[in-house]
Design a protein. Sequence first.
Length: 162
Amino acid sequence: MAQIFISLGSNVNKEHYLRQALIALKAYFPDFIHSSVYESEAVGFAGSNFYNSVVAAKTDMPLAKLCKLLKKIELDNGRTREDKKFSPRTLDLDLLFYDDIICETPAQLPRDEITKNAFVLQPLAEIAPDFYHPVAKLTLAELWNNYYNPQQKLWKVEFSNP
C-alpha cells in the first residue's frame, strides 16, 4: 500500500466544494486522515480567499489511475480544463506524494508547491510531521519550521467533516 497525500483547495463556494471533495475521496479512501482547514489569500492572482487542506491515505491504486481519479473528481465538481493555472476554481486536487516516488509524469512528484506555499506545507506538516521529503531530504516538520514567507498568510477555519 502506498502512502499518499492530496491537497484540496477551493475559492468558489469553497465550503461546499471542499465538502464534496471529502465525500468523493472517502468513497475510495475510507480511512483517510484530514488536516485542519486553512483559509488563505489567493496566490498568483487577485481573487477570493481559498480554503485549503490535505488528506493522507493508503492505497493500492496505481499512480496513473489515482491521477485520473483526482481529475475526474475535479471535473465532477465544476472544474473545467480551460481553467488557467492562476484563476478561481471550484476544486483543485493535487497529489503531493505517492510514497517516495520522484517523477514528472503522470504527475510531478513530490509536488513543487509543497516547499513554496504555506497553504500546502502547514496542513501537510500537521498530519504527517515525520514524513520525509525525498528531494528536500527533510521531514515535513523540519520544512515547516524552516519556512518563511511573510506574504503568505493563512489561518485555521471552523470546518466539520462530512
